[in-house]
Design a protein around this ligand. Structure first.
Ligand SMILES: Nc1ncnc2c1ncn2[C@@H]1O[C@H](COP(=O)(O)OP(=O)(O)OP(=O)(O)O)[C@@H](O)[C@H]1O
Ligand SMILES: [Mg+2]
Length: 604
């Protein structure tokens, strides 16, 4: 039976895990990393490379080294967030026809979904190599505060990668599932998740073994990357002070500065002071090399980043007040995400809650473990756990005067279904346009547009008479569905769906097919490379035995080996995979036989 896995698809790092005999296991990548850098790049041979290997290309090929896609996925090109990424990204972000943000990867324009899909396909391969079998169903996590477009785009990426996504779950909720056996008393728990790119706070009520998320808030653009940027700004200012040179537009220097900034930031979680040293950072026109070297203290770092932590604390307070809870009502604060390791985070939380937050499980792995656990739970392979999640954003539609009319309130338990009756505003009106939005602002245009739905073919009637029931549904993945029925005729209304963003179903289908072909080809290449390497190895060993022990071999044996060596040469030349595999098996067999024979001879 194939294994179900959980994938924490992070902004900076991803983590894959599964359950074996009720125990979670993390799947490391071939470089041995348990948390895998979410980076895609291209090798000198123009092949996509991933993870740690791709990370090494940061400096040498920043233009084609794509990181932080999770901050781009499901967003419009003209959003303030993309504007911010453009100033720090080493790669090019481009506007698509429908206004989405796209990425220039090695001269090809890719959607963020496609980049994510390439990376997910790489994770799938790692898991399959590790498990020695195809992966089964997959649970992928997303920030709790992701909207429908971001969730849909993530799901599409998984599908393009050839994964069977059984559920999309919220990262803090996944963390909570992983903590389930450590939660012994009923009450309210806070999951504080500060990762590389996003921040989420979820408040969960635990009662009689039922876990109910009661409030969730977050910022999908607040994480460790912003801490790195703050330190980078400090380095840039120091350089300007020292040599009166502004390097903020120099993309190559920025990459090195950002890496040094992150390294220093992490070191300052353990030490009160550290050195930042960036040799050969800048080559001046006068011919001199500039090496940056400065020490930075934990106090300096805290001064630079306290406003970021303060923003998270404000969101924690807001999430509590939304449900009328006081900090002292919280039993435990669970820390998730690498950036939550920063001592200032614990200090601020301790101040707010008058108790220290908990780090019992590894904050970088806990989300993935929860996802794998959910995968097992969904398919009945683990003791059930009743968990009710919520939708982070209100769902509704645009009504007259750019007003946002909410149908489903934020923090409603999901899945949820709600209907509303619509009618026409003019006589003989045959079409009603419905604009679906997600957000909290009263003005419709200030919220996230999910799509336009044209209800067409309404029978001719005076205004106000037709009754069209529109149903809004949010499923367990947090994904939105809208359907409509004409009450008068009882027939479902035909709907013209024009998604405001994302890939069209046809394009997704095409990409899935392309990816499958790509995967088959990739696997064939890998298999072939393996066979070539194996054949070369066997040929050398056999030649070695022949040369060294020829007097111990009979003429018949020598002849057999000669034939085999010719077959190996032919197989290597023809590069026909089945023939190569067949010859390889034979070669291994012969080599073992000679080997045994010689060993036996020596022992005599
Ligand atoms: N000891 C540490 N102190 C401070 N920050 C740290 C430490 N270790 C890791 N980080 C930071 O944590 C971030 C990565 O955390 P994590 O792997 O949880 O994020 P992610 O899952 O990729 O992001 P997200 O969940 O936001 O999508 C990076 O910004 C990294 O610099
Ligand atoms: Mg994370």
């Amino acid at each position: 039976m194939s294994k179900n896995i959980g994938i924490d698809l992070g902004t900076t790092n991803s983590c894959v895990s599964f359950f074996e005999g009720g125990v979670p296991e993390i799947i490391p990548n071939p470089e041995g990393s348990r948390v895998i850098p979410s980076i895609v790049s291209i090798s000198r041979e123009k092949k996509p490379i991933f993870g740690n290997i791709a990370k090494r290309q940061f400096i040498s090929d920043p233009k084609n080294t794509i990181w932080g896609v999770k901050r781009i996925i499901g967003r419009k090109y003209d959003s303030p967030e993309i504007e911010k990424i453009k100033s720090v990204a080493s790669y090019k972000i481009i506007e698509s026809e429908n206004g989405d943000a796209q990425i220039d990867f090695n001269g090809e324009i890719c959607t963020p979904e496609e980049i994510s899909a390439m990376f997910l396909r790489y994770l799938k391969g790692i898991a399959e190599d590790y498990l020695g079998e195809e992966v089964g169903k997959v649970v992928v996590t997303v920030p709790a505060f992701f909207n429908d477009a971001q969730r849909q785009a993530t799901k599409n990426a998984g599908e393009i990668a050839g994964l069977e996504i059984s559920r999309i779950i919220n990262e803090p909720t996944a963390a909570l599932i992983a903590y389930r056996d450590k939660i012994k008393t009923d009450g309210y728990y806070a999951v504080y998740d500060l990762g590389g790119g996003t921040f989420d706070i979820s408040i969960v009520e635990v009662k009689d073994e039922i876990f109910k998320v009661v409030s969730t808030l977050g910022d999908t653009f607040l994480g460790g990357n912003d801490f790195d940027a703050a330190v980078s700004q400090w380095i840039l200012a120091e350089i300007k002070n020292e040599i009166n040179t502004d390097l903020s537009d120099n993309k190559d220097s920025i990459q090195r500065i950002t890496q040094a900034a992150e390294k220093a930031k992490i070191e300052l979680s353990f030490n009160s002071e550290t050195q930042i040293s960036i040799p050969y950072l800048f080559h001046s026109k006068k011919g001199g090399n500039y090496h940056f070297q400065k020490s930075i203290s934990r106090d300096d770092l805290e001064l630079l980043t306290s406003s970021l932590v303060a923003r998270t604390i404000q969101l924690v307070k807001d999430s509590l007040s939304e449900i009328d809870l006081e900090p002292e009502n919280i039993e435990k604060i669970l820390l998730v995400g690498g950036q939550s390791r920063m001592p200032m985070v614990s200090r601020y939380l301790t101040e707010l809650f008058s108790k220290e937050p908990k780090f019992d499980l590894n904050p970088e792995e806990v989300v993935s473990i929860g996802a794998a656990m959910q995968s097992e739970l969904l398919h009945g392979r683990m003791r059930d756990l009743l968990l009710l999640d919520v939708t982070p954003l209100s769902l509704g539609l645009e009504t007259k005067g750019d007003k946002f009319t909410k149908l489903i309130d934020k923090n409603s338990s999901i899945p949820i279904k709600k209907s509303m009756i619509f009618t026409t505003i003019s006589d003989n009106q045959q079409t009603v346009k419905i604009h679906v939005l997600q957000g909290e602002r009263e003005i419709a245009s200030e919220n996230k547009s999910l799509g336009n739905f044209n209800l067409i073919g309404i029978p001719l009637a005076p205004k106000g008479l037709p009754q069209i029931e529109v149903t809004f549904e949010i499923d367990a993945n947090g994904l939105v569905k809208v359907s409509a029925i004409d009450k008068q005729t009882g027939l479902s209304q035909s709907m013209n769906v024009q998604p405001a963003s994302g890939l069209s179903p046809e394009r997704i289908k095409q990409l899935i097919e392309d990816a499958k072909e790509f995967e088959m080809k990739d696997r064939e290449t890998i298999r072939m490379n393996r066979a070539v390497a194996g054949l070369n190895e066997e040929r050398e060993s056999i030649k070695f035995f022949m040369g060294r022990y020829s007097e111990k071999l009979s003429e018949r044996e020598k002849e057999e080996i000669d034939i085999l060596l010719t077959q190996i040469e032919e197989a290597l030349e023809e590069k026909d995979p089945p023939a190569m595999t067949g010859t390889l098996m034979k070669a291994i067999d012969v080599r073992k036989r000679i080997n045994n024979m010689l060993v036996a001879d020596f022992e005599e």
